[in-house]
Design a protein around this ligand. Structure first.
Ligand SMILES: NC(=O)c1ccc[n+]([C@@H]2O[C@H](COP(=O)([O-])OP(=O)(O)OC[C@H]3O[C@@H](n4cnc5c(N)ncnc54)[C@H](OP(=O)(O)O)[C@@H]3O)[C@@H](O)[C@H]2O)c1
Length: 219
């Protein structure tokens, strides 16, 4: 039996990953804040999973992360997928301290705390998967807070990868291009949403890499 935690599984890319990984030998621990949306994700996968567990916590706060960790418990994870993320998109002069702190909290500190807490229990052959972005490699005008957070998690996880190599725990970073999810609803500007990758096509680069992580479990 494999135990897989996906943060931000209530919608978008996280839900697509949950749908991809649902299998009879998998317990999916599915995290989100929106109880109705998370229930919809659970409903869409539960007939194909050994078990689904709903985890409803705000990852912008240390308390929310601590509560998530407590609910996941001490049984080892085989895959930890850090997917939850937010995008504050505006000129850097207009970013408020709260928006900056919120971005760091959800996109950087929560993955840091989850990785730090869970890897010590993860067996050899297990995987940490971070959903980053092309914004972890390139800066874009008006995306400074978002790029800062994705660059930060990129640097952190590159280093952690080296620390975990001898333990045979993989750290996989995934860099999706623009994908038509609700994250774009609050992004001002005229974005070609219909030309973006569709969540319903299950973005191939994401699923290939997550499959790779799962594949490593059987080796
Ligand atoms: N869409 C893109 O174009 C794109 C491209 C590259 C990378 N990405 C990355 O892919 C990941 C998923 O994005 P998406 O496009 O699927 O976005 P989305 O549809 O907006 O989903 C974001 C997910 O993160 C959760 N989340 C947001 N704030 C949270 C908080 N404070 N505490 C706990 N959970 C929180 C949401 O939970 P609730 O809805 O339940 O609150 C939701 O499940 C993100 O890390 C994003 O940066 C997206």
């Amino acid at each position: 039996m494999k135990r897989i935690l996906i943060t931000g599984a209530s919608r978008g890319i996280g839900r697509a990953i949950a749908e991809k990984l649902a299998a009879s030998d998998v317990t999916l621990l599915l995290h989100g804040r929106d109880t109705i949306a998370l229930a919809a994700t659970c409903k869409s996968v539960q007939s194909r999973c050994a078990e689904t567990v709903k985890l409803i916590h705000d990852l912008a706060t240390d308390k929310g992360v601590a509560n998530l960790i407590a609910q996941v418990g001490s049984d080892p994870l085989d895959v930890l997928i850090n997917n939850a993320g937010i995008a504050v998109v505006k000129p850097f002069r207009e970013i408020t301290p709260d928006e900056w702190i919120q971005t760091i909290g959800v996109n950087v500190t929560a993955p840091f705390l989850l990785i730090q807490r869970f890897v010590c229990q993860m067996p050899p052959g297990s995987s940490v998967v971070n959903i980053l972005s092309i914004a972890a490699k390139t800066g874009f005008a008006n995306w400074s807070a978002y790029c800062m957070s994705k660059f930060a998690l990129e640097g952190f996880s590159q280093s952690v990868r080296e620390e975990l190599r001898d333990h045979r725990i993989r750290v996989l970073n995934i860099y999706p291009a623009a994908t038509n999810t609700e994250i774009w609803d609050d992004v001002s500007g005229d974005w070609p949403r219909q030309k973006m990758i569709s969540r319903f096509q299950t973005p191939p680069e994401i699923c290939d890499h997550v499959d790779l992580a799962i594949g490593s479990l059987s080796k």
